[in-house]
Write a protein that binds this ligand. Structure first.
Ligand code: CP
Ligand code: NVA
Length: 337
């Protein structure tokens, strides 16, 4: 593929072949990293990292990947930049586009990242918006491919809040790449009808199926991958915890879910996760509502089913692949024929 100069805003913008190639590039870059082989093509470039919401994995992935590729990275934290407060997105984009070769944005509405791409004139990478989390999807797909050797035909069940960035993006990723996607959640947490319709179109092409159920037993039986995310996302108000806990407690990933899944099933979570009391929020929720673990039990999180740290490492390799594909002056070896 030649997507040099393009932005990476949502997987909706990419074909299944292009998504597979991002994974191949990530695989190659991971191999180079492990063998300590330097990769050329991006040296001397500079990237800006705008974070209007906090991050551990995404920020570190962009920074480490940038340094590995010989690029400079400038981090703008949630409080320090003028973006949106004293300066419009369009003005910010036009300024940053004069200084940087690429811009990562994490924050609120998808329209912000679209505007950054429209006005900056350089590739913009979506590091998470309310609607989508596309770099996370490449890491999830790579992890699934690492474990099962293929993507098409894998049965993935997502439990919990499926109408936000992670749930939406997993439905897109699965339907594009031929995985059978099951949304196991109360109906009000299913992705919106318009996005489901779009994904049904992708599924018709790829052979994927989409299933929506409120029934935990049928939703988890025979799954190859069970995945979940936090019940309250960044930017959502504190007041909704009570409703979310009441609604989603039956959709916690437990050992019973994993035992009902297929032989060799794995558990994935984009992280961070509330699976014990070793976080401030986890302890506060425990005091208020009397629960000691939320979207996944500590038993599952710490079990051999759990591949969450492989998934986290793959964030870096896949984010590096996105930057390489959109910025590099050289084609990657797999594209040289
Ligand atoms: N999964 C993920 O995006 O993690 P961070 O919020 O730490 O970046
Ligand atoms: N849905 C979560 C994902 C965090 C990586 C959030 O938006 O907070």
């Amino acid at each position: 593929m030649n997507i040099k100069g393009q932005s990476f805003l949502t997987l909706k913008d990419f074909t299944p072949d292009q998504i597979a190639e991002f994974l191949d590039i990530a695989d190659w870059l991971r191999d180079c990293k492990r063998k300590r082989v330097r990769v050329s093509g991006c040296e001397g470039k500079n990237i800006a990292l705008i974070f209007e919401k906090t991050s551990t994995r995404t920020r570190c992935s962009f920074e480490v990947a940038a340094y590995d590729l010989g690029m400079g990275a400038t981090y703008l934290d949630p409080k320090a930049s003028q973006i949106g407060k004293k300066e419009s997105i369009a003005d910010t984009a036009r300024v940053l586009g004069r200084m940087f070769d690429g811009i990562e944005y994490r924050g609120f509405g998808q329209e912000i990242v679209e505007d950054l791409a429209r006005y900056s004139g350089v590739p913009v990478w979506n590091g998470l918006t309310n609607e989508y989390h596309p770099t996370q999807m490449l890491a999830d797909l790579l992890t699934i491919r690492d474990y099962f050797g293929h993507l098409a035909g894998i049965r993935l069940t997502y439990m919990g809040d499926a109408r936000y960035n992670t749930g939406n993006s997993l439905m897109i990723a699965c339907s594009k790449m031929g995985l059978h996607f099951t949304c196991c959640a109360p109906k009000k947490y299913w992705p919106n009808a318009e996005l489901i319709e779009i994904c049904r179109g992708y599924a018709a092409e790829s052979g994927a199926t989409l299933t929506f159920t409120e029934d935990v037993v049928s939703g988890t039986t025979g799954a190859d991958v069970i995945s979940t995310d936090v019940w309250v996302s960044m930017g959502e108000p504190d007041e909704i915890w009570e409703e979310r806990i009441n609604d989603l407690l039956p959709y916690r990933v437990t050992m019973d879910c994993m035992k009902r899944a297929a032989d060799g099933a794995i558990f994935l979570h984009c992280l961070p996760s509330f699976h014990d009391l070793n976080t401030e929020i986890g302890r506060a929720i425990s005091e208020r509502f009397g629960i000691n673990e939320m979207e996944v039990t500590d038993e599952v999180f710490e079990s051999p089913y759990s591949k969450v740290f492989d998934e986290a490492e793959n964030r870096m390799h896949t984010i590096k692949a996105v930057m390489y594909a959109t910025l590099s002056e050289e084609p990657w070896p797999g594209n040289r024929a």
